[in-house]
Each structure stands twice: as structure tokens, then as C-alpha cells.
Design a protein around this ligand. Sequence first.
Ligand code: GUN
Length: 279
Amino acid sequence: MANIIDGKKISAEIKEELKEQVAQLKLAGIEGTLAVIQVGDDPASSVYVRNKKKACEYIGIHSKSFELPEETSQKELLDLIEDLNEDALVHGILVQLPVPAHIDEKTVINAISPKKDVDGFHPESVGALTIGQPGFVSCTPAGIIELLRRSKVKMDGANCVVVGRSNIVGKPMALLMLRENATVTVTHSHTRGLKEICRNADILIVAVGKREFITGDYIKPGAVVIDVGIHRDENNKLSGDVKYDEAKQAASLITPVPGGVGPMTIAMLMHNCVEAMAR
Ligand code: GUN
């Protein structure tokens, strides 16, 4: 029976550490500001944005909020990003995704200065990660590395399987695990023999966006299982990409949903904001 990796507790520890660092920076005369832009009023995005602003307040940095109407043009959004790029008092810029269909997401991501790209989505940030140069790292995969580190999971030499190849999670996750000297396999919807591949994983990281897709028989006894998915059923109950009750029988360590990976994303966003200030 697996032990639980408590993402709520670990994210709280990280936020306490960051709060201390922010206090130190303040003594040196540096105050931080994160600009948060939301276009439209998607309810899920509104919840994320609210939580990001709350986290800023908690660790002691300012947040500057831009709630733009759904019909905002791409040009208007790009002009705002340009102003924020130039604003020396703003350290980080975040455009909550998804943006409305008439706005091109890639163009928006590319417009944010890599120096302020606290989401780590800019091609320059991703390129830096690929070749091991300093740059902002996408928050969810960076948070997973922290969960593993602080749970004393040995990554060096481990067989790590990443299920899913998204730009935000799967791909940067694989690069980060490589940096930790794991042997990494990335699987996706065209992968043959997924179950056998997963059963070889010492560390199994699942980010497919399909509810309870990974069942107990995909898990090697004693494996560490990280579940990035979050799904809400008709009774408002949350579950992940992993069938938790089955997986916890086989795994040695597992992240629950909720309370596993989820809280780490905002903690690492705050980490990136503090890094932006310190630079
Ligand atoms: N939408 C869902 N997750 C994220 C995230 O991590 N950053 C941004 N900007 N938008 C998101």
C-alpha cells in the first residue's frame, strides 16, 4: 500500500521559504510585481487567476490584474504585453490560457519577454531547458521535480515513463527528468504496448487528460506514481488520470487528486516570480 505524497504540505513549505526570500529582497529595496492577464470570463480560469493573486499576496509580492473582455482584439492584448515588457516595475507576466479562439495563443506566448516569462512557455525558455541553460521552467513539471526531491525519491538512473507529450507538461517533464539523470521514455496516443512500457517504470508520470486512464495493472509493484490529471464528475467529485484506489495498492508512493500535483503549480509560479525579482 502506497504512502501519499502530500502536495498541499510541500507547496505550503515552498511558499513559506519564498515568503522569507521576498522579505529579504524587500530589505534590499526590491519589491516584486506579477502581471496577470485574463481575456474573457471562463469560470475555471477565473478560479486559477484568483488563486494566483492570493498566492502573490501571501508571499508578499504585488499582483497587477488585467481582466479583459472576451472581444479584446489580439492587437490590444499584444499592445498590453508590450507595455508590461517595458515596465521596469513588473517582474513577471502571465496570460491565463486558454485565450479566446480569435486570438492566436502562440503569438501571445511569443510576445512575452523571456525575462518575464514566469510560466516558462516562451520558445526561448523551452530552448534553454532543452540545452541545460538557465531560464524559467514550466511550473507543473518543475513542481513534480520538487515533490520527488522533497519525498527523497531517487531519480538518478531510475526508469521514468512520462505518459503524454504536451508542451506544458509532458515534454518539459521529460527534459527535467533527463537533467536528473533518469532514463526517460515519453509515450503518447500512438505508442504501442503502453501497459508494458508503464510496467517498467520506477517513476510513472501521467499527464494524458483522460479520467482514470491508468489502472492498477499498468503499475510496477513499488513504483512512484505522479498523477497530473484533474477531472470533475457529475457529482463534483475530483479524480485524476490514474485509477487511484487500484494504483495505491501497487505503488510505493503516489500523489492524490486533489492535493498532489495541483497545489505545486502555483507554488512554482511563485518560485519563478521570486527568481525574476532576484535576477
Ligand atoms: N491554463 C492552465 N494552466 C495554465 C498555466 O499553468 N499557465 C497559464 N498561463 N495558463 C494556464
